[in-house]
Ligand binder design. Structure first.
Ligand code: ATP
Ligand code: MG
Length: 284
């Protein structure tokens, strides 16, 4: 399923939170990246029909987002913050949400849904005993209960350890084989490892939309490596966007974001996706 967003705008009172958003999201796993307050949750909530847009158009294939009833049949949404009834077991939660969405599932169907998010062994555990990552995976299973064509997940990996993040990413890769998945994050690494395409939002505007590899290319020639005396660090921090500082005895190795060569001994180094992201956000 294809999500088409045209000239989308959202205002809260006189504050513009989303400004002329034009994007197309197709099958596969897509990342929505941006700093705090960029408008990621707002965009996802509009796509999920939870809040109205101020103007612009959103279509899921031929279906207008204004058609809430139809849209809700085809999307699953996992919010940034959520909680479960603490005394329900993992199994009961899925059974309950399936009933709420008028999809009565058999016992084996529920167990197979839990298997998809690697929770089958925890089916009898109460949700209050789950870790953050386990809860997120249960949340994904709940969002997938109505077999949606589109899955929208807000910050699924926030606060998770590396192992849990890998598990969650693998779950999305599986789902993304034949569905449309949109996930937001501010962890650049999540995007590299699980998304083919990404949209970067900054201050309510799309500052990048395309393949992950192309975004890295855009930062070529803008990232510099330089070795300096430690007492010069402050001066560099004042004058440049310093991406990282590594101390080596009485010297410091800096990575710097700059259009021009920051000093005669600085050499261009290959950018990472994180560098490219910083370039977009800092508008260097
Ligand atoms: N109900 C609301 N009323 C007024 N302003 C709001 C409302 N919801 C969000 N905003 C504002 O809209 C902007 C975008 O917020 P949003 O939650 O979409 O950002 P975000 O990219 O999801 O940030 P985060 O990474 O912190 O989750 C922020 O400036 C926020 O203060
Ligand atoms: Mg958010």
């Amino acid at each position: 399923m294809n999500i088409e967003v045209k000239g989308l705008r959202k205002d809260y009172d006189d504050k513009r939170v989303l400004d002329d958003i034009n994007i197309n999201i197709d099958k596969g796993v897509h990342g929505l990246l941006g700093p705090n307050g960029a408008g990621k949750t707002t965009l996802m909530r509009i796509l999920s029909t939870l809040i109205p847009k101020t103007s612009g158009e959103v279509y899921f294939d031929e279906i207008n987002v204004e058609n809430k009833k139809e849209i809700r049949k085809i999307i699953g949404y996992l919010p940034q913050e959520f909680s479960f009834y603490p005394n329900f077991t993992v199994y009961e939660i899925l059974d309950y949400f399936a009933a709420l969405s008028n999809k009565k599932l058999s016992r084996s169907e529920i167990l197979s849904k839990l298997e998809e998010v690697h929770l089958q062994e925890l089916s009898k555990v109460k949700t209050k005993a789950l870790s953050g990552g386990m809860k997120r995976r249960l949340g994904i299973a709940v969002a997938m209960v109505g077999r949606p064509e589109v899955l929208i997940v807000d910050e699924p990996t926030a606060g998770l350890d590396p192992e849990e993040r890998i598990k969650i990413r693998n779950v999305f890769s599986e789902i993304g084989k034949d569905k449309t998945v949109l996930l937001s994050t501010h962890i650049v690494e999540d995007i590299v490892l699980s998304c083919s395409n990404l949209v970067v939002l900054n201050k309510g505007k799309v500052v990048y939309d395309g393949a992950v590899g192309n975004m890295i290319k855009q930062a070529k020639g803008s990232v510099w490596g330089v070795k300096i005396d430690i007492d010069k660090i402050e001066e560099y921090n004042r004058n440049f966007t310093v991406l990282s500082t590594v101390f080596e005895e009485d010297k410091a190795s800096l990575r710097i974001l700059s259009k021009e060569q920051p000093s005669s001994s600085a050499e261009v180094v290959p950018p990472t996706l994180e560098d490219a992201y910083m370039k977009l956000i800092r508008e260097v």
